[in-house]
Write a protein that binds this ligand. Sequence first.
Ligand code: LLP
Length: 438
Amino acid sequence: MPFPNQFTTTPSGHLMLGGCDALALTRKYGTPLIVYDVDQIKAAVSQFTQTLTASGLAHAVCYASKAFSCIAIYQLMARLGCHVDVVSGGELYTALQAHFPPERISFHGNNKTKAELEFAVASHVGSIIIDNFHEINLLKQVLTGNNATVNVMLRVTPGVEAHTHRYITTGQTDSKFGFDLASGQATTALQRVLACSRMNFIGVHAHIGSQIFVPDGFVAAVDRLCALITQWKRNFAVIPAILNIGGGFGVQYTEDDHPVPLKTMLTTITTTVKRAFDQAHLPLPALWVEPGRALVGPAGTTLYTVGSEKHVPGRLPYVAIDGGMGDNIRPALYNARYTAVNAACPTAPATQHVRLVGKYCESGDVLVDDLRIAPVAAGDIVAVPVTGAYGYSMASNYNRNCRPAVVFAQRGRAQLVIQRESYAQLVTNDLSYEGSNE
Ligand code: LLP
């Protein structure tokens, strides 16, 4: 994990990412630069697949591509044998441009448009994960209009919500996603799906939260879903083949984060599935998981160049870098915490105490608000680790700043996978205003 005493360094002591010297990468590609260590992504995927394989359950690892979506990551995930989930026509389009096998794509979303459903059906995606009654009607129209059939799962809100080290159960989860289990909506949805011969019902899905550190929320959700499936078997003689328990596996952003090791999380979940389904005399389902952050978050590091500093008497100094909320909105949006190091000497004593801020016209554009770091000055490169998930994918052009470049690094070789946006690209959609002088 990328924390001060665990950084890999070059012989000259520079931060090493994917076997490449971080400073050399910034000289070649500029900053801000997001660097992914490809072997770290591969290791994360194989931790999931190995643990699930050891459980004996049929399974699929569906990369939640909202965490980071671009052609290269879909190509990599395809090679690693993953499925992907997409949540928009744009993500689906990108996956298809990468020649991702459509039968391994699940299409999610709480307000899929008719055009998106048309696109998904025409692309022969592996499944559509239906979220609400409106979607059932729309999908029926689309399938009838195209004389098509499609595999569907139902997204259920199981009344379990998990965040970090807590989970809560509520009778009726107040969520914009999915069919409520407690009030019977999920069962009504099942009846409507079963009534449509063009929909092939293959699974139940639940996603209980993000950045989850302990397995107990998953355990509660599995138990509830198993009870629901028991009812469905009794009342409709239907047993879904797939149990998709969503994503949300937490990662360590700072030394204060302590997620239970992934292997323990997954083993607890698989043991629960086997125990619950055996007790209910149900055939074991295929277990699908949808990790986003856990696959790509820790593998990404953002490199920035230090510019201005400001010293306010009696306060922590501000050190500004050439990116910020445009490439990482998470601190401003969620109070997310990160750490940062001087990329020239990541393991040197952190003797400077500063606030690391961005270049955006917004006081909330603070990347790390209480940072201890080895001394940095204008021109130095600062590295912010664990930025691989929900950084680039939530990036914006606020203040008409260009979005950063992205590089995949592996065993000393680096490859540009997303070009740095140019000023010319910023205005490609702008049209001249032909106003009159009246
Ligand atoms: N499956 C479903 C249905 C989801 O809604 C999500 C995330 C995932 C899987 C993947 O969750 P993960 O394993 O990455 O936690 N922008 C926020 C996170 C939003 C997550 C939304 N859904 C952040 O930066 O923390």
